[in-house]
Design a protein around this ligand. Structure first.
Ligand code: SAM
Length: 381
């Protein structure tokens, strides 16, 4: 499992380790702090989750497909066979960039600890039988199926103060793409895995998110897919005859993200150039990833304020950052509300005042990022 975290300013992308679905995962820990609160799921979400928890292995599969098809009015996708990939999610109507595709409360959550397998087994045993059956019907890269194997194949990162990963019933059916049209986000406040459309999507298109950080070159991605997920990726990026140009762009993206995560500086020109280059590389590479883009735009905004440049210069960047973040977390997310505040009053941002910036939220993020990366690399070793 991987998860992305852009914590220095906005959500970042960090690989995460022992379990499996590598996800492009915007930050779940609000960089504003605050205690996560667990709310009851909205009815639609509950219905979808329940819908997916029926039936035993095969029956659950068929049932979920039929049930979801019947719910097309509410759900923008259905789960069905996708050639060469097993089951997958396919759009049953057009989706607009930034639209919520699914939110799901995970029946099993994970905290990284030596006895994690025992802990997920205990949680599993307390679940209703139908949920257990739905979970055990999920794909396992190994035979015979085990809860650990299913967790390793399907778990999704949910970095937060208290959680490292989760196992969902429906989100687990979404396949991977290196040029995804959906973006995953763990909403700690709502205790939900969420997927948002990161670009406009046409009815009939498969909905995919990225299991990996976007800046890995082709051969590294291929190796991870082979070793951890036992598949060969046939997404448009992997199907290119030559991967040189793409690899170069993705490596450079990685460098830029590392620079972003070092923090902001009063060198406004360097800050805005970095953001522009990152956004352009994303465009060239077909990476819509709005949370990723939001981090770059917010970085430029902060650098301009630190350099005491006029607010009019910083405003377009905070507009962009807010709009991008909103598309990857939803309009009501607390971080989006904060950015809306800065849109209204850019000079209320700490970088614009004479007060010392509180680097405490920046430095731990860099440490976390490095730690997570090491953890991930260890997991790959
Ligand atoms: C989290 S599951 C996704 C749902 C799965 N297809 C199913 O039938 O339940 C991950 C597995 O889906 C398949 N898969 C995901 N993305 C794929 C891709 N881009 N190409 C081929 N197979 C893929 C692989 O078998 C992988 O191990």
């Amino acid at each position: 499992m991987l998860q992305m975290q852009w914590q220095s300013a906005l959500p970042t992308t960090v690989p995460w380790a022992p379990c499996s679905v590598a996800t492009l995962h915007p930050s779940t820990r609000s960089w504003l702090g605050g205690k996560p609160k667990v709310l009851d799921p909205p009815d639609g979400c509950r219905a979808l989750t329940i819908a997916a928890c029926w039936g035993a292995a095969r029956a659950a599969r068929a049932h979920a497909v039929a049930r979801l098809a019947g719910r097309a009015a509410q759900s923008p996708f259905e789960i069905r066979d996708v050639p060469g990939k097993g089951l997958g999610a396919v759009a049953v109507r057009d989706l607009a960039e930034g639209e919520l595709v699914i939110e799901e409360r995970p029946p099993i959550t994970f905290v990284d600890a030596p006895n994690w397998e025992e802990k997920i087994q205990k949680q599993f045993e307390t679940l209703p039988k139908k949920t257990q059956e739905a979970l055990m019907s999920l794909h396992d890269t190994e035979e015979p199926k085990t809860l650990t194997g299913i967790f390793n194949t399907n778990s999704i990162g949910c970095y937060s103060e208290s959680l490292d990963g989760s196992l969902c019933v429906l989100v687990s059916r979404f396949n991977h793409s290196c040029v995804p049209n959906c973006e995953q986000f763990w909403d700690d406040e709502m205790f939900r895995q969420k997927l948002f459309a990161c670009k406009d999507i046409k009815k009939g298109e498969e909905l995919c998110f990225s299991y990996l950080e976007p800046f890995l070159p082709y051969t590294q991605r291929e190796e991870i897919f082979r070793r951890r997920y036992a598949f060969q990726c046939h997404c448009p990026a992997c199907q290119e005859q030559s991967h040189d140009a793409s690899d170069q762009r993705r490596r450079r993206l990685g460098e830029l993200v590392r620079q972003l995560n070092r923090g902001v500086s009063p060198d406004a020109d360097a800050g805005t150039s970095l953001a522009k280059e990152l956004l352009q590389l994303c465009d060239e590479e077909g990476l819509a990833l709005q949370g990723f883009r939001a981090q770059a735009s917010y970085h430029a905004f902060q650098c301009l304020l630190l350099a005491r440049r006029p607010a009019e210069e910083a405003l377009p960047w905070i507009h962009l950052a807010r709009s991008q973040l909103q598309k990857s977390r939803g309009a009501d997310h607390p971080d989006v509300r904060v950015l809306r505040g800065y849109e209204e009053q850019p000079l209320s941002h700490p970088a614009a005042t004479d007060e010392q910036i509180d680097w405490s939220s920046i430095v731990p993020a860099a440490v976390l990022l490095t730690g997570a990366a090491c953890f991930f690399l260890k997991g790959q070793g």
